[in-house]
Design a protein. Structure first.
Length: 349
């Protein structure tokens, strides 16, 4: 339903998921050859940085982390509502060891909160410092959404992830006090509910163990920086190659690409359909509307959005298939039904 409604809205607004052949007239096809290795570098660092969060619980081989991560990324992309987020903890868990499903899930939550905070800060800085069209268009090209609301959503995201990071941090560093506050507030409604919420928050906060270990914290933040740098660089290179430019002919800037990346992250906070189809495109179009004239957005911009999505989709699926075939334990772990008390508690939560 989400996919159908977004596609219908884009089509009605004059945007097509499959652009016309004329939209590809300015594409320099060599740019895909530059985009792909930068994208691979980004997803590599996205995958391997997880080891820093896991290390405080269990020492997992780098190859195993890489395999589970890339299979998990495909699951996140292909499954609706980001249900694929549970694939990585499920695969990396060790029923006979220290790494339970709930502990692994806590590291993924910590990773997501840090990513959200990181990106929302970058987006907020870009929205404030990067020059935009004057006057701004009333609505996003192809969508009945005001550009003012789109810009506002960037700051809302910053507030949301800042709050989430503070809450998890308080539960990690001042657990007993946080537990008492939770029970006092939610206990007014139901003591059982307060205890349940407190237990969930405590398990998720355990994902911050790495931040009490200096080397792991620095390593994780450094590779997170590399991940997002290569991701923005890949998007920037492809935008150049597709001819995305301003009315005066000047090319897209790195700062504008940061804003596009940030708006994409805002869009995918929406409960996602399979493949993020429609949501992905809407986020990039929302970003481009702030900086480029309409004829560029629906022309060269349409080709850019199509290639950006297609290459990411194909690479994510191929990488997952390579590891599903090459990692003997991957399919076995995915199909395992061995009991894991941590997994049962996480599922119940």
């Amino acid at each position: 339903m989400i996919t159908a409604s977004i596609i219908f809205t884009l089509q009605k607004g004059g945007l097509k998921l499959w652009p016309d052949s004329g939209n590809f007239a300015h594409v320099q096809w060599w740019s895909i050859g530059l985009y792909l290795p930068l994208l691979i570098a980004a997803t590599y660092f996205r995958a391997v940085r997880w080891r820093f969060l896991l290390r405080s619980i269990a020492d997992i081989p780098l190859r195993r982390v890489l395999a589970v991560s890339w299979i998990g990324f495909a699951a996140i992309l292909l499954m609706p509502f980001r249900l694929g987020e549970f694939v990585r903890p499920y695969m990396i868990r060790d029923n006979k060891g220290k790494l339970s499903m709930s502990a692994a899930t806590g590291t993924v939550v910590a990773e997501r909160v840090v990513d959200g905070l990181y990106l929302s800060i970058v987006l907020a800085v870009a929205l404030i410092t990067v020059p935009h069209l004057e006057p701004l268009p009333a609505t996003v090209v192809g969508l009945p959404v005001s550009v003012a609301a789109v810009r506002h959503s960037g700051f809302v995201m910053l507030g949301f992830f800042t709050t989430a990071f503070i809450v998890i941090g308080v539960y990690y560093f001042a657990r007993e006090w946080a537990r008492k506050v939770t029970l006092a507030v939610f206990g007014l409604v139901s003591k059982k509910l307060g205890e349940k919420l407190s237990g969930i928050a405590e398990r998720l906060a355990d994902g911050l163990h790495a931040f009490s270990r200096g080397r792991d914290a620095i390593g994780f933040l450094w590779e997170t920086t590399l991940y997002w740098f290569f991701m923005v660089a890949s998007m920037w290179a492809l935008a150049w190659g597709c001819g995305v430019a301003h009315a005066d002919g000047s090319a897209i800037t790195f700062g504008e690409t940061c804003a596009l990346m940030g708006m994409l992250s805002v869009a995918i906070l929406i409960p996602g359909p399979p493949g993020l189809l429609g949501v992905f495109q809407a986020g990039i179009y929302a970003g481009m509307t702030m900086y480029f004239p309409t004829h560029v957005v629906i022309g060269e911009g349409a080709a850019y959005v199509f290639l950006l999505y297609l290459v990411q989709l194909v690479w994510t699926v191929i990488a997952a298939l390579i590891f599903l075939v090459g990692d003997r334990g991957a399919l076995k772990q995915l199909s395992s039904t061995d009991g894991d008390p941590g997994a049962e508690r996480a599922a119940a939560s």
